[in-house]
Design a protein around this ligand. Structure first.
Ligand code: FAD
Length: 537
């Protein structure tokens, strides 16, 4: 039976609303403990904040400055765990913190802060922070502005693809029995004796209404959490504050940094420049947002703010709006604190439990998804025990490798990539195909490659057909934008690779879903529109 039929007819222990990293983590945690779990996502998985972050699995140095020791310790330690669960997807990335005259971080304070940071996060010897002189900092990063530079700190962080991480968690949850479906919107709660006992939803592609019955319901709706609390008449006390964050993508040769750089902005904020294969991405902004939660874009003003900040620290780059090939904009669902600016508000997560039994979680970090999930599922377990005398085991998601693995470490990923290069020798004219596929799909690459070999078309066409086939069959990919944005990341990190394969991809969708000509044309226009919007033109 299709997932939708199973959702309609099943009775669940837990329904999760929201298919971002938080909901995905909760579904995996609960399903692996033996709960019968359903998850609904109103658009595509990870289409909310979870594809719009800085894509760092990091301890958050700046939270140390705000004395959020608990948060730094938790997310700091989580980095190594998440890296271990998916080393192909969460990769070590050195971060350079240039120290400047009058900057946010002084030399001694930085040295001490990085020491504490390493200590809290249990960082191993070879990865411990290194303080650099001005000359060493410039040797490390010659593009930095020399006149105000006083030195630097080099420390360990991790980089990921947030959307792919979310999707692999959803797939891993499915292996443990969770049923997850995208493009299904939770519209109302179902009640019995004033307690939430499920949700009424709409399957958006068919407009069919369905009811999902469940002992408990968790809302992990990110920026939309308060909308659902309102529907549940439980929007009291603390509430969300939305802050917009924009990132820009430029060709790597326009800002060829050697490693990620976390640098001062003249207004007192900090910003990242992060190299990623053929591009460098830059960000972010942090501004209050009160617009439409479903349509969040970067503006020319946002872009100018970022470019000015980058040009101030890397004056030789001289970046302009014409260098921007792509961008993304997302909303931080922060817990509002009276009298604080967006940048000062805590990034800690918060769990709300209503009188009707609805559990909502918001705030937090991508990096902390596993611990956030553990806390929520522990609460569900506690309620199960008190109300139904039913017990579940403790969380063990730190031992569950994500789909695409397992790999013991990054060396194992590299040797797998070499094997793929050998096996795919016929495709060597398709640039870096092995590193691209392994970074995105891990061990699933072998199946993609085998399929590509069965096609007689040129390398590029064969590879994209096989990649799309994998996404259609295994990753609930319903539209070309799902594929270009959140399965392959091409629209962000290789936007120029889309036009040559667009018709092949549209043809793939047409054949898989039996689309009419009009639908194909409409989807093509949506892709072209998204490309124009991303380029901030
Ligand atoms: P979301 O990803 O928004 O997911 C919520 C989902 O719920 C959405 O997909 C939405 O469509 C769905 N939904 C809403 N209502 C309904 C409904 N009625 N029915 C069904 N589905 C519904 N964290 C880090 O650790 N590292 C970073 O580098 C980092 N950088 C960041 C940079 C920026 C600019 C921003 C904005 C955030 C950053 N974060 C970072 C924080 C991190 O991205 C978020 O904490 C995380 O992605 C939030 O995930 P979520 O699942 O809670 O929300």
């Amino acid at each position: 039976m299709e997932i939708i039929g199973l959702l309609r007819t099943g009775t669940f222990d837990l329904v999760v609303i929201g298919g971002g990293i938080t909901g995905a983590g909760i579904a995996l945690d609960a399903a692996s403990r033996g709960m019968k779990v359903a998850l609904v996502e109103m658009r595509d998985f990870a289409s909310g904040t979870s594809s719009k972050s800085t894509k760092l699995v990091h301890g958050g140095l700046r939270y140390l400055k705000q004395l959020e020791i608990g948060l730094v310790r938790e997310v700091g330690r989580e980095r190594a765990i998440v890296h271990h669960l998916a080393p192909h997807l969460v990769v070590a990335e050195k971060m350079l913190l240039p120290l400047i005259e009058g900057g946010k971080y002084g030399k001694l304070a930085t040295s001490f802060a990085l020491l504490v940071y390493d200590f809290l996060a249990d960082v191993e010897d070879e990865d411990k922070r290194r303080m650099l002189t001005k000359e060493e900092t410039l040797a490390q990063e010659p593009l930095l502005r020399e006149d105000i530079l006083t030195g630097g700190g080099l420390y360990a962080e991790y980089r990921t693809d947030d959307a792919r991480l979310t999707i692999e968690i959803i797939k891993t949850a499915a292996k443990h029995g969770a049923l997850s479906l995208n493009y299904v919107r939770a519209e109302e709660f179902l009640y019995e004796n004033k307690k939430v006992v499920g949700i009424r939803c709409k399957d958006l592609p068919t407009e069919e209404v369905l009811e999902i019955r469940s002992t408990y319901v968790v809302s992990a709706a990110g920026p939309w959490v308060d909308q659902l609390r309102k529907k549940n008449n439980s929007l009291k006390g603390k509430h969300l504050f939305h802050s917009k964050g924009v990132h820009l993508v430029v060709p790597h040769e326009r800002l060829p940094v050697h490693q990620a750089v976390y640098f001062d902005v003249p207004d007192g904020r900090m910003m990242f420049a992060i190299p990623r294969h053929r591009v460098t991405y830059l960000g972010t902004t942090d501004t209050p947002y009160e617009g439409d939660l479903n349509h969040v874009f970067g503006t020319k003003e946002d872009a100018s703010y970022i470019l000015d900040a980058v040009n101030n620290m890397f004056p030789k780059a001289n970046l302009t709006l014409n260098d921007v090939e792509s961008s993304w904009a997302g909303l931080r669902p922060l817990i509002f604190e009276e009298g604080k600016s967006a940048g000062e508000m805590s990034r800690k997560d918060e769990v709300f439990e209503s009188d009707t039994g609805l559990i909502s979680i918001a705030g937090g970090k991508l990096t902390g998804y596993r611990k956030m999930a553990e806390r929520v599922v522990d609460l569900v377990c506690k309620n199960f025990y008190h109300e139904h005398k039913k017990e579940f085991p403790e969380c063990f998601t730190d031992k569950i490798p994500l789909t695409g693995g397992p790999f013991d470490n990054e060396e194992a990923v590299l040797s797998y990539q070499k094997e793929i290069e050998k096996k795919g020798a016929d495709f060597k004219d398709a640039n870096n195909f092995a590193s691209y596929l392994v970074a995105n799909y891990g061990r699933q690459t072998e199946a993609i490659l085998a399929k590509a070999k069965s096609f007689t078309s040129d390398s590029q066409t064969a590879l994209v057909r096989a990649e799309l086939g994998h996404c259609l069959q295994n990753e609930l990919t319903l539209t070309p934008l799902d594929f270009f944005l959140r399965r392959s990341g091409r629209l962000y990190f290789n936007i120029g690779s889309i036009p040559p394969v667009l018709d092949t991809v549209l043809e793939g969708f047409k054949n898989y879903f039996s689309w009419e000509k009009e639908r194909v044309q409409k989807e093509k226009e949506l892709v072209l529109k998204a490309m124009r919007a991303a380029a901030i033109q």
